[in-house]
Design a protein around this ligand. Structure first.
Ligand SMILES: O=C(O)CCC(=O)C1=CC=C[C@@H](O)[C@@H]1C(=O)O
Ligand SMILES: [Mg+2]
Length: 368
C-alpha cells in the first residue's frame, strides 16, 4: 500500500453542553481530521483528539498540525507500507507526540481495512460484535444538575456512570449520589487533581463501592499510584499516566493500578493500544476504552478498539447525539440500551456525512 495524497482538515464543532473537568472546560471542540488516499483511490480517515490547550496531555491542535505537516506526513507519503503496524515503527524515531501520530496511523488502518473489504474491528482482531457503553459526566455547578445528568443516562440505558471529582467537589458529592442511587455502577475520575497528601480523603472513597478511581494523582506519578493502590480497596484505573506500552509495563510491574483506560490517541495509535491490551490480558489487568469528546471518526476507531476480546468494562464512547447536534459521520454512532452494535461494513464502518464535514471544516491543506 502506498499513500499518494493526504489532506489535513481543521474542524470545529460546538458541543451541546460544555464539559468541565478539574483542568477546565471545553465547549467548542476543535480537532483535526487526516484523510489518506492510496494508489487505488481508497480513502481512510483518522481523527486527532488533542484539545486546544495542553491540559490533558502536552499536545494541542496546533502542535499536532505542525508535527503532521513537518514530520509525519513527509515520513509516510509515498512510502511503501506492508501493513498499518509498520507505521508505529516508522514514527518511533520521533519522540512522543502521540495524538498526532495516532491521527495518521488510524487513517492508514481505515484504508487498509477498506482494501481488504473487511470491517476494521475484525482486521485488528476484535471479536465482540456488541460493546457496553457508559457515560462520563463533567463537573456540575449544582447537585440538581448532576442528578439530572445521571437520570438522563439511566433513562437512555447506559451501563455505568463516571463523574469527575476535584478537591472540594468530591466526598460530599459522591456520598449524595450514592445515597440516591444505591445500585448505580459508579466510578470517579480525578484527572490528576490529588497528591499522596490526600491519602485519607482518597481512602474515604472506599465506602462508596466505586468500580474504580481514575487517575487520582499526577500523570508522572506511577510510583506514587503504587503506594496509593496498596492502601486503597477501590481499584485505581490509570488514564493520563499510560502513554505507551512501556508505561503500561511499568504500571503492571509496580502494581500501580488494577485497570487501564486505553485511548488510541493518548498512546500513539491503534497498534500501541492493541499491544497494551495484550499486555494487560497477560497480566490479568482489566481494560476499557476511554473517550476524548471526539467526533464520529475518532469515535468509530474507539469502537473498533473496544471490540478486542479483553475489553470487559463499559467504555466512554457514548452516542454522537450525547455530544453534538449533528455528527460528521453517517449513520451517527447509536447506543441502544447501553450497547453499540459494531458496523459490519468495511473500514471504520461509517460514511462521512459530506455536508456536515464541509460545514465544520475551517482550514484545509493538501499534501501530494
Ligand atoms: O465522553 C467522553 O468522550 C469522555 C470524556 C472524559 O471523561 C474525558 C475526556 C477528555 C479528557 C478528560 O477530561 C476525560 C478523561 O479523563 O477521560
Ligand atoms: Mg480520565
Amino acid at each position: 500500500m502506498k499513500l499518494t495524497k493526504i489532506i489535513l482538515r481543521k474542524m470545529t464543532m460546538r458541543m451541546k453542553n460544555p464539559f468541565t473537568t478539574s483542568f477546565g472546560t471545553v465547549q467548542d471542540k476543535k480537532f483535526i481530521i487526516v484523510e489518506v488516499y492510496d494508489e487505488q483511490g481508497f480513502v481512510g480517515y483518522g481523527e486527532c483528539d488533542a484539545f486546544e490547550a495542553p491540559w490533558y496531555t502536552e499536545e494541542t491542535v496546533e502542535t499536532c498540525w505542525y508535527m503532521l505537516q513537518q514530520f509525519f506526513i513527509p515520513a509516510l507519503l509515498k512510502q511503501e507500507l506492508n501493513h498499518p503496524s509498520d507505521v508505529r515503527r516508522l514514527l518511533m524515531v520521533y519522540r512522543r507526540n502521540a495524538m498526532a501520530k495516532a491521527a495518521i496511523e488510524t487513517a492508514i488502518w481505515d484504508v487498509y481495512a477498506k482494501k481488504q473489504n473487511k470491517p476494521l474491528y475484525q482486521v485488528i482482531g476484535g471479536t465482540q460484535s456488541t460493546i457496553d457503553i457508559g457515560v462520563s459526566i463533567g463537573l456540575q455547578t449544582t447537585t440538581a444538575a448532576l442528578y439530572e445528568k445521571i437520570d438522563q443516562a439511566l433513562l437512555a440505558g447506559y451501563k455505568r456512570v463516571k463523574v469527575k471529582i476535584k478537591p472540594g467537589q468530591d466526598i460530599a458529592v459522591i456520598r449524595s449520589i450514592r445515597s440516591r442511587y444505591k445500585e448505580l455502577p459508579l466510578m470517579v475520575d480525578a484527572n490528576s487533581a490529588y497528591t499522596l497528601d490526600d491519602l485519607e480523603l482518597l481512602q474515604s472513597l472506599d465506602e462508596f463501592n466505586l468500580l474504580m478511581i481514575e487517575q487520582p494523582l499526577a500523570a508522572d506519578d506511577i510510583v506514587q499510584h503504587a503506594t496509593l493502590q496498596a492502601q486503597l480497596k477501590t481499584p485505581i484505573c490509570l488514564d493520563e499516566s499510560i502513554c505507551s506500552l512501556k508505561d503500561a509495563m511499568t504500571a503492571i510491574e509496580l502494581q500501580a493500578c488494577k485497570i487501564f483506560n486505553i485511548k488510541i490517541a493518548r498512546v500513539g495509535g491503534m497498534e500501541e493500544a492493541r499491544l497494551i491490551h495484550h499486555a494487560a490480558q497477560q497480566a490479568g489487568m482489566k481494560v476499557w476504552c476511554g473517550g476524548m469528546l471526539e467526533a464520529g471518526i475518532g469515535r468509530a476507531h474507539s469502537i473498533a478498539l473496544a471490540s478486542l476480546p479483553y475489553f470487559s468494562l463499559p467504555g466512554d464512547t457514548a452516542a454522537s447525539s450525547h455530544y453534538f447536534a449533528e455528527d460528521i459521520i453517517s449513520p451517527e454512532v447509536m447506543v441502544d440500551q447501553g450497547v453499540i452494535h459494531l458496523s459490519q461494513r468495511p473500514g471504520i464502518g461509517y460514511d462521512v456525512n459530506q455536508d456536515a464535514y464541509e460545514y465544520f471544516t475551517i482550514d484545509k491543506q493538501l499534501f501530494e
